[in-house]
Design a protein around this ligand. Structure first.
Ligand SMILES: *[C@@H]1O[C@H](CO)[C@@H](O)[C@H](O)[C@H]1NC(C)=O
Ligand SMILES: *[C@@H]1O[C@H](CO)[C@@H](O)[C@H](O)[C@H]1NC(C)=O
Length: 440
């Protein structure tokens, strides 16, 4: 009975936004930056007005700024082109408050993959286009009440190592003409923003989603150090808490993958020294080994069943044995379900230091998604998932502004107990799926 009404409520929610949301994710996957930026806004606006009935919004599309002079300091994308960012200036009382948000987009761990990447927006500013600001970057007071009129920056990701590579320049002969200069990109963008008024910052928040969320953890104390005059500096990582855990077959694939990224792009030097003194550098690319060393307050946003981690870490499955389960959670076997629940358990173990800290906080809902803060429908509003009856927007704001006297730790019950995960656990075929994003 309980299950029946749960699926029914999902079905109901599904009728509203998911076809559009699914189509959108699909676009992002295909690197179609041009179409994405021009048609994406219309999709978002339609979605909002049809689902709530009350809110009508113009999409906010922000121009790209290419940081041409950064090339002089060796801050270049994989293909040697200059990096880029988007800034929407704040106003009013929040004129001196800044959000710096780092773009998502995976990693490349070998030359061949980096070469491919260098021919896309993830590896070259030649393919970047204007970007639509939504979620935590929205300028709508209604949808983004705490940050809508801060200075909001979206930093493009074109290095393939979470803004952390530091291979020497010029790229050596064997590197196929590629540049692994992520850490210089980070430094050049921060220097640029300081020159644009961030030197007079009052409050600041560093954030990012996925590979950008990992980067915000890697750079959290560096961000704080770059803003000595600020009253408040905090960081948030959205779907960036990649856990070092074996696949369901017991293989350490993600560790090998991150070691490949760290070695290829010479990430080792740029990682937290406190961590690399104790651990293998590849481990210090995982948040769980960094947590004890980070001094700046940090907020972790992560789906308890993050689809990327499911698909790429736990259920890495080249033979497709998991396809049925990934496409329709109701057809998972008992063992597969146990592995899925085990993935959440490992995440909760890894974030334990956050739970025990006074300064940090977290929002771990029981949903299947990957990245919530930079996606309007997940961030706030009637369709957004709730945990303790709060959207991630409300929970993160409570932590940032210290509006709560009790706890900043919100952990959801196990799947499928939270009906507000709603449409986001679904494929357009109306099956509860942790892979809807890959289906048309
Ligand atoms: C990057 O590498 C150069 C040359 O090896 C080194 O001098 C510099 O300190 C490194 N940068 C960082 C941030 O580790
Ligand atoms: C949940 O939050 C909504 C919107 O903030 C509020 O209207 C509602 O009363 C809350 N429900 C409960 C049970 O607290």
């Amino acid at each position: 009975m309980c299950m029946f009404s749960f699926w029914k409520s999902l079905l109901y929610l599904n009728l509203y936004g998911i076809f559009l949301a699914g189509a959108r994710v699909q676009d992002n996957e295909k690197e179609k930056e041009g179409t994405d930026a021009t048609t994406g806004g219309g999709v978002a606006a339609n979605r909002l007005s049809s689902s709530s009935g009350a809110v009508q919004l113009e999409p906010l599309v922000v121009d790209l700024t290419i940081l041409t002079k950064a090339v002089d300091t060796g801050a270049v994308c994989l293909d040697g082109s200059p990096p880029g960012y988007h800034l929407h200036e704040g106003g009013g009382v929040n004129n001196h408050n800044w959000i710096v948000f780092l773009e998502e987009g995976g990693w490349c761990d070998n030359e061949e993959k980096c070469k491919q990447r260098s021919k896309t927006k993830r590896g070259s500013s030649k393919f970047m286009a204007p970007h639509e600001f939504e979620g935590i970057l929205s300028n709508s007071e209604h949808l983004n009440p705490d940050f809508f009129n801060w200075n909001r920056v979206f930093v493009r990701y074109c290095d393939g190592a979470s803004f952390s590579g530091n291979a020497s320049l010029p790229a050596d002969k064997k590197s196929n003409g590629l540049y692994y200069r992520g850490e210089s990109i980070w430094e050049a963008v921060i220097a640029e923003l300081l020159s644009k008024g961030m030197d007079k910052v009052d409050k600041a928040l560093l954030g990012g989603c996925s590979a950008g969320g990992l980067s915000s953890i890697l750079h959290c104390d560096k961000f704080k150090a770059a803003l000595p005059g600020a009253k408040v500096v905090k960081c948030m990582s959205d779907a960036g808490f990649f856990v070092n855990m074996p696949t369901y077959k017991g293989e350490n694939k993600v560790e090998d993958f991150f070691r490949g990224v760290v070695n290829l792009q010479r990430v080792g030097d740029t990682l937290m020294k406190e961590c690399t003194e104790e651990h293998d550098p590849a481990h210090c690319f995982f948040p769980q080994y960094l947590l004890p060393h980070i001094k700046t307050p940090l907020y972790i946003v992560n789906g308890g069943y993050d689809w990327w981690q499911m698909d790429n870490i736990i259920a890495l499955d080249p033979l497709g044995e998991w396809d049925a389960c990934k496409n329709d959670a109701t057809s998972c076997t008992k063992d597969q379900f146990a592995a899925i629940q085990g993935c959440r358990t490992k995440l909760l173990e890894a974030v334990k230091p956050v739970q025990d800290s006074q300064k940090d906080g977290m929002f771990i809902d029981g949903c299947f998604h990957h990245c919530q803060a930079s996606r309007g429908v997940f961030w706030n509003g009637p369709q957004a998932p709730r945990l303790n009856n709060k959207t991630v927007s409300e929970a993160l704001g409570d932590w940032y502004f210290e509006r709560l006297t009790n706890t900043n730790v919100a952990i959801d019950c196990a799947y499928p107990c939270n009906p507000t995960c709603g449409s986001f656990t679904h494929s357009p075929g109306l099956k509860p799926s942790f892979r809807y994003w890959s289906k048309a």
